[in-house]
Design a protein around this ligand. Structure first.
Ligand code: NBG
Length: 838
């Protein structure tokens, strides 16, 4: 094979078709992969063949970095972060890898010289939607930042065969469709069957005395499942570090039960295989809620046990004594989904590796750290004891013993406080007995963190108050962040180029540098460029909406966007009340002077969450009426963009003028969409909730539209006794809005359709929409005013982006490294060790 000299990357020793980065080399490699991997040639190749050929071309270039990284980590037995998460919402890999490799432009040119369009090929990628929303996406951003900061890390999770469902909208209702993301193959992963592990489930335990006369427990399981790791490289931005995302698939230890097979019971023989494979079959589509389902607990122990066993394998391979497990690994638990790790690590150390309780407990606590992501009571995971005993009999014994020691500690610290013991126990005994996973995580970890300053404060004062009083030193805050590589460089190249033309491109790795943009905020030329970029991106979205929804949208209107999971606490229906308020004003006075707005929504509802689905239906119904009412004269448009995903989010954030972050204060742990919008120059309308508080602090009060009750005001109002009907009766516009919905105006005269929603507002209104209604409307009126002053708006937009430095996930990861993980970067030199060919 001919080699092509490559002057673009120092240190690169293998400059053949597998590693070369020149346009010529990329072209040859691409055609080679089309032929030898896809088995196609241009005349008969489909778009997917081209995508696959390109993906393999890029993967080849990752492999050299990946293998070198693994070699160096192994040689040095580097301290490593294990990020345990039931969800990783990675988004498409191809574009991101091009950005991080720094070869976007070369590849664009290479494929265009072959008569193809890169954007077209990028579109082709079926994204791995292995997460629900913020929590899974945060895990993905953190992997990007850890690789970029050269922090040795392994992401551990489940390779769901079906990720988050695809959303269709039929007659205004959400319809769920199975997400078959693997059906064309996944070029980014490599299966590692040689590192398979076994996980036990069910059965019973037996006590025995070992040869040293020690009391021991043997677990005789009912079922054993095989876990097979599938690895995906995670490349840092312009570094040689390529870390690993290791996702587990569940399989039956033997494909066939030969006894059953031989006796002619073919279906029975295949049964076990099907039952086992179920474990990694599908992602639970609930965001911020838990239903205590058996399969879900089985998924949790499955990936946690596989991952901990894998870490122990690595410890042994690197000749680290098991007593130093906590020096080799720090294990971050992404919410309570992996909290069973506390009991599983104890079990592995004691039962499988003969360690004594005290030492095992020290190692467990020193290794584990817990991140809480929610303030919603319904999201705090609890498992019925009966289920736990059936599935994890040994773990239940271990949890009882942890609980015994823990409650002794509590008694010693707070003598005579039996109520406290009851509240803090790992077992909820108030009715049916439950295991409280958040308590298990708190007791078994050395660090407990919230994801925004307000959230951490509320954890300390409220949700985890007893634990804060018990272990104040464990608590710390780590405000979330987002990766600027995916959420501006890849998704908003025009803005990226403008910014880099002014301040260089250092900001991509050091987002604080965006502050240098402030120097240009009075430069009319810069402001006009900023504005025309936003306007061009809005034009693109206009075209997309026309094609997707058949709705014509005015590109000069305010693009007012709320894109996130549907949940009552997030209050998409408050947004709906605003739309109808404006609509009513127009109906009352068709000539009224209104700043044109396009309301854009995106997001999925959990399939079993009736109220959230009804809110989606309401928004679509409002759209049908408002978009077609001649009185409105195109001043308002309501657009629901179906099937919100990472790919799709990348298209939406850059086009926003206004970002809706309107949850009831005290409910949104952090939010991360809020950061992505602002980074792309959207202004925020928001409550003082989650990270909104810190965003406002950073961008300045004058550049943030704040409204509504604060968290303490929410508690106070609820404590006083909240009566939504009073607001309804005393607020003329609010009453008109509710009456308009109740009259069947948006439901072809059907007065029953939205009644459950209206009743919940009129008689309960748990999330205080009515209490915040007037403040929201007033604030929106201010937004409309300010938007008319285009110079002022542009200035605010620039200042928002310029002051978002704090919200890079690089900053979050640096904080985790310093305060929790105690870990240092390990730079990777290429060519120092392994080469593909000698
Ligand atoms: C979500 C919160 C968000 C937060 C993300 C990431 C869960 C359980 N929690 O506010 O609702 O931004 O986690 O921390 O999905």
């Amino acid at each position: 094979m001919q080699t092509v000299p490559n002057h673009q990357v120092d240190n690169l020793q293998i400059e053949d078709d597998r590693t070369g980065l020149s346009v010529e080399c990329l072209k040859r490699a691409f055609l080679d992969n089309l032929f030898y991997v896809q088995g196609k040639f241009p005349k008969i190749a489909t778009k997917n063949d081209y995508y696959m050929a390109l993906a393999y071309t890029v993967r080849d270039r990752l492999l050299q970095r990946w293998i070198n990284t693994a070699v160096i980590y192994t040689e040095r037995a580097s301290r490593t972060v294990s990020y345990l998460s039931a969800e990783f919402l990675m988004g498409p890999h191809l574009g991101n890898n091009l950005v991080n490799l720094g070869i976007y432009d070369q590849v664009k040119q290479a494929v265009s010289e072959l008569g193809l369009d890169l954007e077209d090929l990028l579109e082709q990628e079926e994204e791995p939607g292995l997460g629900n929303g913020g929590l899974g996406r945060l895990a993905a951003c953190y992997l990007d930042s850890m690789a970029t900061l050269e922090i040795p890390s392994l992401g551990y999770g489940i390779r769901y065969e079906f990720g988050i469902f695809d959303q269709d909208i039929r007659d205004g209702w959400q319809v769920e469709i199975t997400d078959k993301w693997l059906h064309c193959g996944n070029p980014w992963e490599i299966a590692r069957p040689e590192w398979e592990v076994y996980v036990r489930l069910g059965g019973h335990t037996e006590a025995y005395t070992d040869e040293h006369g020690r009391y021991r427990v043997r677990w005789i399981p009912f079922q054993v499942i095989k876990g097979v790791p599938h690895d995906t490289p995670i490349l840092g931005y312009k570094t040689n570090t390529a870390n690993t995302l290791r996702l587990w698939t569940a399989e039956a230890p033997e494909s066939f039960d030969f006894a059953a097979f031989n006796s002619g019971d073919y279906l029975g023989a295949v049964q076990e295989k099907m039952v086992s494979e179920n474990l990694s079959k599908v992602l639970y589509p609930n965001d911020d809620s838990s239903q205590g389902k058996r399969l879900r607990l089985a998924q949790q122990i499955f990936f946690v046990s596989c991952s901990l066993q894998d870490m122990i394998r690595i410890v042994f391979r690197q000749n680290v004594p098991l007593e130093k497990f906590h020096e080799k690994f720090v294990v971050q638990l992404n919410d309570t989904h992996p909290a069973i790790a506390v009991a599983e690590l104890m079990r592995l150390l004691i039962d499988e590796h003969d360690m004594g309780w005290d030492q095992a407990w020290q190692i467990t606590q020193k290794s584990l750290a817990y991140t809480n992501h929610t303030l919603l009571p319904e999201a705090l995971e609890r498992w019925p004891i009966s289920l736990f005993r059936e599935l994890l009999p040994r773990h239940l014994e271990i949890i009882y013993e942890i609980n015994y020691h823990f409650l002794e500690e509590v008694k010693a610290k707070f003598p005579g406080d039996s109520d406290r013991l009851r509240r803090m126990s790992l077992i909820d005994e108030s009715g049916e007995k439950y295991v409280r996973m958040a308590h298990l995580a708190c007791v078994g970890s050395h660090s407990i963190n919230g994801v925004a300053a307000l959230h951490t404060k509320l954890l300390q004062q409220d949700v985890l108050r007893d634990f804060y009083q018990m272990y104040p030193e464990k608590f710390n805050n780590k405000t979330n962040g987002v990766t600027p590589r995916r959420f501006i460089v890849l998704s908003n190249p025009r803005l990226t180029n403008l910014i880099s033309s002014k301040i260089g491109d250092n900001w991509i790795k050091h987002l604080e540098d965006l502050k240098h943009l402030e120097a240009f905020v009075d430069d009319p030329e810069f402001c006009s460029q900023w504005r025309s970029i936003k306007s061009a991106i809005k034009q693109d979205l206009v075209a997309y909406i026309a094609q997707q929804n058949g709705i014509t949208v005015n590109p000069d209107s305010i693009f007012d966007i709320q894109a996130k999971r549907f949940h009552e606490y997030k209050r998409q229906h408050l947004n709906a009340l605003h739309i109808i308020t404006l609509y009513n004003r127009i109906k009352a006075n068709p000539d009224i002077d209104i700043t044109p707005r396009t309301f854009i929504f995106g997001g999925k509802a959990a399939p079993g969450y009736y109220m959230a689905k009804l809110i989606i239906k309401l928004l679509n119904s409002i759209g049908d009426v408002v978009n077609n009412d001649p009185d409105v004269r195109d001043r308002l448009k309501v657009v629901f963009l179906k099937d919100y995903s990472v790919k799709f989010a990348q298209r939406v954030y850059p086009a926003a003028d206004l970002s809706e972050q309107i949850s009831m204060a005290g409910k949104e742990a952090s939010g991360t969409g809020n950061m992505k919008f602002a980074l792309n120059g959207a202004l925020t309308i928001g409550t003082l909730d989650g990270a909104n508080v810190e965003i406002r602090e950073e961008v300045g009060e004058d550049n943030f539209f704040i409204f509504g009750l604060t968290a303490p005001e929410v508690y106070a109002l609820k404590a006083r006794g909240y009566r939504p009907l009073d607001y309804y009766h005393s607020n003329r516009e609010l009453k008109a809005v509710i009456d308009r919905i109740a009259s069947g105006h948006f439901s072809h005269g059907d007065t029953k359709l939205f009644k459950p929603l209206l009743d919940s507002l009129l008689y309960r209104d748990e999330y205080l929409l009515f209490a915040d209604y007037q403040a929201y409307i007033d604030c929106q009126d201010r937004v409309s005013q300010v938007y008319r002053d285009r110079d002022r708006w542009t200035r605010m937009s620039i200042l928002n982006a310029a002051r978002m430095g704090k919200f890079s996930s690089d900053r979050s990861i640096r904080d985790y490294c310093q305060d929790i993980w105690n870990i240092k970067p390990v730079p990777i030199e290429l060519g120092e060790c392994i080469q593909a060919k000698e």
